[in-house]
Design a protein around this ligand. Structure first.
Ligand code: C5P
Length: 214
């Protein structure tokens, strides 16, 4: 019998990462930040100066990557890339390569491998719709673009990365647009998802809504 999964999907800055981490900690479950997997691939592609539309080259590169996620740190081969994958440039490249079906297929087993007992909390865009369609609970977390941009600004400044609020709102809207309109694994709630708008809620309030439904 497979370990249980709770999926948390939603747009950038909706608070998915925070909520998924709190929930995994509370339940004592594993945590999958699937966006980090796509980001590591995009970061490597930028570094290798690949054409971001060349599916064959991207898949070859992905197959040569060794990713490791330990203690909140992200490693690619022997390089720590925890901060490097969080820049707006990498975010943009990530949403470009993640529109490509071959790229998504090349990364799917790696994501499913995180499903281990006693359970998994998986955060992303298509966790409930594509990667773990049999999840016990599927959450779709949203918030207004302005609130999401403010959260991202705070998060980035804590990491010492300077960003401009108007540019962040624009980037978030562009990324939503691309993530929602791609033909494969678009950002959308699963039919059986619990939809939560976190604009006016604290992380603790969101967490308790989720735990009530589980
Ligand atoms: O969640 P995060 O902002 O780290 O995701 C970065 C990008 O990775 C998203 O904008 C999206 O294009 C892509 N992504 C995806 N599928 C996932 C997680 C992330 O396509 N499951």
């Amino acid at each position: 019998k497979q370990a249980p999964v709770i999926t948390i999907d939603g747009p950038a800055g909706s608070g998915k990462g925070t909520i998924a981490a709190l929930l995994a900690k509370q339940l004592g479950w594993f945590l999958l930040d699937s966006g980090a997997i796509y980001r590591v691939a995009a970061h490597a592609a930028l570094e290798a100066k690949l054409d971001l539309e060349d599916e064959t080259a991207l898949v070859n590169l992905i197959q040569s990557l060794a990713m490791r996620f330990t203690d909140g740190k992200v490693w690619r081969n022997h390089q720590e890339v925890s901060l490097a994958i969080r820049t707006p440039v990498v975010a943009d490249a990530t949403s470009r390569i993640s529109t490509l079906p071959a790229v998504r297929a090349a990364l799917i087993d790696q994501q499913r491998a995180f499903r281990q007992a006693p359970g998994l909390v998986a955060d992303g865009r298509d966790m409930g719709t594509v990667v773990f369609p049999d999840a016990k609970l599927k959450v779709f977390l949203t918030a207004s673009p302005e609130i999401r941009a403010q959260r991202r600004l705070k998060q980035l400044s804590e990491q010492g990365i300077y960003a401009n609020i108007a540019a962040l709102i624009r980037e978030i809207k562009e990324r939503d647009e691309r993530d929602s309109n791609r033909p494969i694994a678009p950002l959308r709630p699963a039919d059986d998802a619990l939809i939560i708008d976190s604009s006016q809620l604290s992380p603790e309030e969101v967490l308790s809504l989720i735990l009530q439904s589980y």
